[in-house]
Ligand binder design. Structure first.
Ligand code: 3H9
Length: 696
């Protein structure tokens, strides 16, 4: 075995050779892989004794793509396009043997080879679009040559990997084997090529049938479904060029790829990719999670039923506890409907339906939770109710059971103090609908034991959720920041904007929903309860909009009552016709002088409030790093992924500009707008939130 580089070896076996990539954890095509592949091809070209070769990977996966960590850093040759071209032009035919995932640059490496074989469970995909990129190592030219333009467009625009069977039917794979050892498959396949038993072909010699109508339909779909994203349009244009001679098409691909590499959306999307992984690193990660198989859920309302559904879908046993038989029946029925929906969405396969339903039991008595490994309380948001339940659980739960609360605001230390085992108490803050939303805030109280924190993260992983560690404060990371920018939105209405304008401006920025639409969806009684909790501590000089209270007093609680900021009687909501009079009254009470505000002013103020509160949450240690806040907003609050999250976005504005804005807003409302000390320091030192992420 000869080393071609730190990541690639070449093994000669008679008249065939095996090229092996070994670059843990996912065999990303970093510089040592590229260098090794180019050298291996050159060595094969120079060896007349070799008639065929196979390329395979060590570890659990084929090449998972270009090394994303190299983007934005000084480039060290050879490039991935050069590497793929070397493989494509190799004198010796090479078969790619694929286990795990061949993604992005990995799929491109495979497509450049002269044949492809998939091992059981292999998947192939071009997920570059998710990173704001296009397949830039020949993928937009070779995929249409192998699969046709329509299938190539679908693969690259969806970003979703396809299973080996589908890849075979589309022509992306030549064979699927049931053998599981990549080296043995590689050796056998190379020998079959040498003996003429496995056909090979040069991808670059294939031609592409032009499909102008398919291209046009793709352009129209993209313009409608994701007008703010830059990568999809570039992908279509690069694939459109695949009907030209390959060298010309590659030139066009390169031009578009370099454009996408420089695009700020690329940096934001790569940040979002790493954010998802960064949050899984937390101070207690070396502790051993407690074993979790049986979950108790207290409360069969929307949240409790959603949590129970999420646990069932993950294959856990669930006991749902409610106070009365009636409430229990309703909760179990909701879970049943959730599971039906999961079957329809393909999240629960037909063969698992029976076992999943059988894993659910109900009880109208808390004692039924005695055997649970983890109990999640999801009852009414009232401290007395929660502490009473935790005091009872203390006497019921088995020793070592994790006692979790789904509270979205309340003081976890106080809840933990209601038990004699505060070390076992943790916050697991799910987002509604809990069986769909990916975010899980894992709230750590003063006395929570490290293995209980680790258990929270293990549960998040098992449920397919993104767990983010949060400290205790009113609202934790997400809802705490939400209350700040919701107040900014309410004050914008005092100053002259309408709720409709605010929602429109925020949607135009890319958020899934504006704050008033979101209030109507969540129910205006939730924010009302939060305001009442603060009545006693609200500073006398706080600028307070009574608009939301007026809606509440009229019983207009949003969608569930048919009216809120909007009227929901028709198919699409329209502004509540009685709102202008209520706004006038609220403005008069606040002694506000309304003026016309531009959408830009609305957006700047709203985002500045979000970022400023984010800076406070960081400084207080509620979130450990800016990336934790970004993950919360990306996965739980509809922040646009192509803008990376609020703290990533803050760096594109700059601390100095943010401080300037806050000082300007403070002229009207000095009580709300104060410069967070962290932001002031950053503006002075010229540092960024990205630097704080790196500092860990
Ligand atoms: C591309 O290819 C561009 C080309 O077309 C053109 C070039 C000219 N690079 O996700 P996991 C790390 S763009 C660097 O937890 P899993 C990841 O951060 C690329 N690092 O495992 C993590 O590190 P850590 C197109 C990478 O089993 C560790 O590996 N390719 C890369 O749940 C384990 O990852 C993609 O977009 C990478 N490419 O999932 C594929 N990939 O332990 C991106 C992963 O320090 N990758 N890491 O946190 C994936 O989708 C998943 O990682 C994969 C494994 C499905 C492969």
């Amino acid at each position: 075995m000869e080393a071609m580089s730190a990541a690639v070896t070449l093994e000669r076996e008679g008249e065939v050779a095996l090229i092996r990539i070994d670059n843990p954890p996912v065999n990303a095509a970093g510089q040592p892989v590229r260098e090794g592949l180019v050298k291996a091809v050159a060595a094969l070209d120079a060896d007349p004794g070799i008639r065929a070769a196979a390329l395979y990977c060590a570890g659990r996966t084929f090449v998972a793509g270009a090394d994303i960590r190299e983007f934005g850093k000084p480039f060290v040759p050879p490039s991935l396009p050069e590497t793929c071209d070397a493989l494509a032009e190799s004198r010796v035919p090479i078969v790619a043997v694929i286990q795990g995932t061949a993604l992005g640059g990995g799929c491109e490496i495979a497509m450049a080879c002269q044949a492809r074989i998939g091992l059981p469970g292999a998947k192939l995909g071009l997920p570059e679009v998710n990173l704001g990129l296009l397949p830039g190592a020949g993928g937009t030219q070779r995929a249409p040559r192998l699969m046709g333009m329509a299938a190539a467009l679908h693969l690259a625009l969806s970003g979703k990997p396809i299973p080996a069977e589908k890849a075979l039917s589309l022509g992306l794979l030549d064979e699927i084997t049931d053998q599981t050892d990549p080296r043995m498959v590689a050796l056998h396949a190379a020998r079959r090529i040498a003996s003429g038993k496995l056909a090979t072909r040069r991808t670059d010699a294939l031609t592409v049938t032009p499909l102008p109508a398919v291209l046009q339909a793709a352009r129209e779909t993209v313009a409608k479904s994701s007008p703010q994203l830059h990568a999809p349009g570039r992908i279509i244009e690069a694939i459109a060029a695949s009907t030209r001679p390959i060298a010309e098409g590659q030139k066009e691909e390169r031009r578009l790829f370099l454009e996408s590499l420089e695009d700020p959306q690329r940096a934001a999307l790569v940040h979002a990719f790493f954010a998802e992984r960064a949050v899984a690193k937390f101070p207690e990660q070396d502790a051993k999670p407690r074993p979790i198989e049986r979950i108790g859920v207290i409360g069969g309302g929307t949240m409790g039923s959603g949590i129970a559904t999420a646990c069932l879908l993950a294959g856990l046993q669930v006991v749902l506890s409610e106070q009365t038989e009636d409430a229990l029946e309703r909760g179990l029925a909701t879970i049943g409907r959730n599971l039906d929906g999961a079957v329809k969405r393909g999240k629960l396969t037909a063969d698992r339906v029976r076992a999943t339903r059988a894993a659910l039991t109900g009880a109208s008595d808390l004692n039924a939770l005695a055997g649970a490994d983890l109990i999640i309380e999801a009852v009414f948001e009232k401290m007395e109710v929660k502490t009473a339940i935790f005091a009872r659980l203390d006497g019921i739960a088995k020793p070592g059971a994790v006692l979790a609360t789904n509270t979205s605001y309340l003081d976890l230390n106080q809840i933990a103090a209601a038990t004699s085992r505060p070390q076992d108490v943790i916050g697991l803050h799910f987002f509604s609908p809990a069986h769909v939303m990916r975010l899980l805030e894992i709230v750590v109280a003063d006395k929570t034991a490290p293995d209980v924190v680790a258990t929270g993260f293990a549960l998040a992983k098992r449920l397919g959720k993104i767990g983010v560690r949060a400290g205790v404060c009113d609202g934790f990371i997400g809802n705490r920041i939400l209350s700040a920018y919701r107040r900014a939105a309410e004050n914008l209405v005092l100053d002259g904007a309408t709720p409709e304008q605010v929602d429109r401006a925020i949607r135009a920025f890319g958020m899934a929903m504006g704050p008033f639409e979101m209030g109507d969806l969540a129910g205006l009684d939730i924010a009302w309860a939060s305001r009442r909790r603060h009545d006693a501590t609200r500073p006398a000089d706080e600028r307070y909009s009574t608009l939301a209270d007026k809606l509440y007093d009229k019983g207009w609680l949003g969608r569930k009552t048919g009216r809120g900021y909007y009227d929901h009687a028709g198919e699409t909501p329209v502004p509540n016709p009685e709102l202008p009079a209520l706004i006038d009254a609220a403005r008069a009470e606040a002694k506000a002088t309304p003026r016309a505000l531009t959408d830009q002013e609305v957006r700047d103020r709203y985002l500045t409030a979000m970022i400023a509160e984010g800076a406070r949450v960081l400084e207080e240690g509620i979130a450990r790093r800016p990336v934790d806040i970004d993950a919360v907003f990306l996965f739980g609050y509809g922040f646009p992924r192509h803008l990376g999250g609020p703290m990533f976005h803050a760096d594109t504005i700059g601390a100095a500009e943010l401080v300037r804005r806050i000082e300007e807003y403070a002229k009207v409302d000095p009580q709300f707008w104060t410069v967070p000390p962290l932001l002031a320091r950053m503006a002075k030192d010229g540092t960024s939130f990205a630097a704080l992420n790196e500092a860990g």
